[in-house]
Design a protein around this ligand. Structure first.
Ligand SMILES: [Fe+2]
Length: 297
């Protein structure tokens, strides 16, 4: 049968219940993949998975909160590829982003000009550790992210990937007080976005780590120093320094999505290295963000 890890249930993330945490931690580490290669599933057509392909993707997401698929659809710009793949993995509600195309699936490529060019995903610059949509309010939390590669860059454009549950374990093992500080409802504040003197989005305070209604861990984080205000007390600052240290010292999975490949994840921590396009290879990634986690249901 499957190697399903039981849903962690909130108790695993309760600092008062060390036994529940230790049991969940042991199972998590026992099943965790040793390499990125273990996460890769060959699929014939992401738009119409076979039952075995679907099971393989779900199983990897249960173990590592992410899976990589490799398909023969290199260079095919059909947006139905990410959309239909998502639907088969329980991903229905796309987070609408005012820069996304109307259908909620963002084509990430270097923008020549216009609004998109001001935002780092639409440049060829590197992006530090973060989870997607960390600035979203709780009711629009980004719980899953799907990236589909239509075309790669000439050079670069790799991703480091770290399961946020592993980051939690590394941090809690160092000192549970770090977790307490980062679960505080005012640990991080996203300042209001003001345009032309009008408040487009009010300031939002929230935790780094939280536990959703299903008992799953959610993480909001960015290593960028701009557009974020961290609580200034010692506990938060110490916890953040420990997290930065862990992210620098951990050996995350690093890989590059090649054309036809994609990443399905429960919004794990990730980076992007800088890249260079050429006439032959102009990077194009479709990104879809969802309000629910990958699920078999
Ligand atoms: Fe991202």
């Amino acid at each position: 049968m499957s190697r399903r890890i039981d849903a962690p249930e909130g108790a695993a993330f309760d600092l008062a219940d060390d036994a529940a945490y230790q049991a969940w931690r042991a199972a998590k580490l026992a099943h965790f993949p040793k390499s990125l290669a273990e996460l890769v599933v060959e699929v014939r057509d992401p738009r119409a998975l076979s039952p075995g392909e679907r099971r393989a993707l779900l199983e990897r997401c249960e173990r590592a909160n992410m899976a990589v698929y490799a398909s023969p659809l290199a260079g095919d710009p059909d947006k139905e590829i990410p959309r239909r793949l998502g639907l088969q993995l329980g991903l229905r509600d796309l987070d609408s982003n005012y820069l996304a195309d109307d259908d909620g699936i963002s084509p990430l490529a270097v923008a020549e000009r216009g609004t998109r060019g001001e935002f780092i995903p639409y440049t060829n610059r590197g992006i530090k550790w973060h989870t997607d949509g960390y600035y979203n309010p709780a009711e629009r939390s980004v719980r899953a992210v799907l990236l589909h590669c239509v075309e790669r860059a000439e050079m670069g454009g790799e991703n480091d990937l770290l399961d946020h549950e592993i980051a939690y374990i590394l941090l809690r093992d160092r000192d549970p007080e770090h977790i307490r500080a980062l679960m505080a409802g005012d640990a991080m504040t996203i300042p209001a976005r003001v345009e032309d003197g009008r408040i487009e989005r009010p300031a939002q305070a929230g935790p780094v780590f939280s536990v959703d209604a299903g008992g799953y861990l959610h993480m909001r984080y960015t290593a960028r120093a701009v557009s974020i205000e961290w609580k200034r007390d010692t506990a938060t600052q110490t916890a953040l320094a420990a997290l930065e240290d862990i992210l620098a010292a951990s050996s995350p999975f690093r890989g590059r999505l090649e054309p036809g490949m994609g990443l399905v994840s429960n919004n794990v921590l990730h980076t992007r290295t800088p890249f260079t396009d050429s006439d032959r290879h102009r990077r194009l990634i479709y990104r879809a963000r969802y309000h629910q986690r990958v699920a078999a249901g």
